[in-house]
Ligand binder design. Structure first.
Ligand code: ADP
Ligand code: MG
Length: 338
C-alpha cells in the first residue's frame, strides 16, 4: 500500500483519545469499563464481502454506513444500547478517496448512536468489512429469540419488501449489461450496493438501512422475543419459532408492504414482503395486554408498528389470506452454504 498501514489507521480511523472507552485505538487491545450491575454486554459480529454481499464498485460511503448499520440492527434486536465497535478491514489497495468516503459513512452513523470505534485490524486482501459491536442491556430485559409464548401477538416495524425489490432490479440491470456476477450468491444482499444510475427510495432502503435502535430500547419491557429482518420475514420469524418451540399464524393483509411494491402483482408482492431480505426492520412478539402501549410507542417514534399475527402452541408457520385460506409462499431465507 502506498499509504502505510499505520498511517492509514491514524489518518482515517483514529480520532484521538477515546471518549467513552478507557482506552481506544493504538494499544494491543481496547479497554472498556464494565457494564452497570444487573446489565450484561451484548456482542455481535457481521461481515460484508465484495462479490457476496455487494457488487464491486459499490459506493464507499454507503458501504461504511451499511457495515455498521447491520451490526447496530443486531443490537437493536436484543434491546441493547450501542457502546463501542471494532472494525476489521481487508483492502485490495490503500485508496485514499475510497477510505475518506467509507470513513464518512461509517462515522456519521456511529456518531448518531454515540458508538465509538475502539480498535480493529487492517490488512491487504479482497475487500472485506467485518465489524463487531458491543452494547449493554439489563440482563432481564434482553429480547431473546427463545422467549416467544403462545398467545403473543406478532409485530413488525416499518414496511417490507423495498430492499428485496431493489436487489431484483439491480440484478436485472447487471444481467442486462452483461456484468459478471461471479461470486455473488443468491442472497437478498448479493446485488446490493451496486452502481445504480439514480438511487431512489428503494436503493436507499437497501444500501442505507436504518437500524431500529430506539425501537429496540423502548421494547425492552414491552416485547418478549425479537429479531431483525435480514433474511426475510418468514425465515426470521422461523428462527424465533424454532428457538421458542412454538408456531405462528400470520395474516397477509396486515403485513405492511413497501410503497414501491404497489404496482406489482400480488404473488410477487407476497414473495418480496414475506421472503425478501435486507429490510432490517424489527420483528417481535408481545403479550396482548401491551397492544395499546406498543401502538403509542409507534406514534411516539413516528415508526408504524403493525400487528400481523399471533404465536400459537405447537409448531409450523401458517400465512392466511383475507378469507383465512393458507398461502403457500416459497421462503426458507438465505443460507450461505446451501
Ligand atoms: P497489533 O499488531 O497489536 O494487532 P495493529 O498494528 O493491528 O496492532 O493495530 C494497531 C492499532 O490500531 C490497534 O489498537 C488496533 O486496534 C488499531 N486498528 C487497526 N486497524 C484498525 C481499523 N481498521 N480501525 C480501527 N482501529 C484499527
Ligand atoms: Mg492487529
Amino acid at each position: 500500500m502506498s499509504l502505510g498501514e499505520f498511517e492509514l489507521i491514524r489518518q482515517f480511523f483514529d480520532r484521538g483519545p477515546a471518549r467513552r472507552a478507557l482506552l481506544g485505538i493504538g494499544d494491543d487491545a481496547a479497554l472498556l469499563a464494565p457494564v452497570p450491575a444487573g446489565s450484561v454486554m451484548a456482542v455481535s459480529t457481521d461481515m460484508l464481502i465484495e462479490g457476496r454481499h455487494f457488487f464491486a464498485g459499490a459506493d464507499p460511503r454507503r458501504l461504511g454506513h451499511k457495515a455498521l448499520a447491520v451490526n447496530l440492527s443486531d443490537l437493536a434486536a436484543m434491546g441493547a444500547q450501542p457502546r463501542a465497535f471494532t472494525l476489521a478491514l481487508a483492502l485490495p489497495a490503500a485508496d485514499e478517496a475510497w477510505l475518506a468516503a467509507f470513513r464518512q459513512g461509517l462515522f456519521a452513523l456511529a456518531d448518531r448512536f454515540d458508538c465509538e470505534l475502539v480498535g480493529g485490524d487492517t490488512t491487504r486482501g479482497p475487500l472485506t468489512l467485518s465489524i463487531s459491536v458491543f452494547g449493554e442491556v439489563p440482563a432481564d430485559a434482553a429480547l431473546r429469540r427463545d422467549a416467544a409464548q403462545p398467545g403473543d401477538d406478532v409485530w413488525v416495524s416499518g414496511a417490507l419488501g423495498a430492499a428485496a425489490w431493489a436487489v431484483e432490479r439491480r440484478r436485472q440491470a447487471a444481467g442486462d449489461a452483461g456484468q459478471s456476477r461471479e461470486g455473488a450468491g443468491s442472497s437478498g444482499v448479493a446485488g446490493s450496493l451496486g452502481r445504480a444510475a439514480a438511487p431512489d427510495a428503494a436503493d436507499l432502503r437497501l444500501d442505507c438501512p436504518e437500524p431500529r435502535v430506539a425501537l429496540g430500547l423502548a421494547l425492552r419491557h414491552l416485547a418478549r422475543a425479537a429479531i431483525d429482518v435480514s433474511d426475510g420475514l418468514l425465515a426470521d420469524l422461523g428462527h424465533i419459532l424454532e428457538r421458542s418451540r412454538v408456531g405462528a399464524e400470520l395474516h397477509w393483509p396486515d403485513v405492511p408492504q413497501a410503497a414501491e411494491l404497489a404496482p406489482l402483482p400480488e404473488p410477487r408482492r407476497q414473495r418480496l414482503a414475506l421472503a425478501g431480505g435486507d429490510d432490517y426492520e424489527l420483528l417481535f412478539t408481545a403479550a396482548p395486554e401491551n397492544r395499546i402501549a406498543i401502538e403509542a410507542l409507534g406514534r411516539r417514534l413516528g415508526l408504524p408498528l403493525a400487528r400481523i399475527g399471533a404465536i400459537v402452541a405447537g409448531n409450523g408457520l401458517a400465512v392466511l389470506d383475507a378469507r383465512s385460506r393458507r398461502l403457500e409462499i416459497e421462503h426458507g431465507g438465505f443460507d450461505h452454504f446451501r
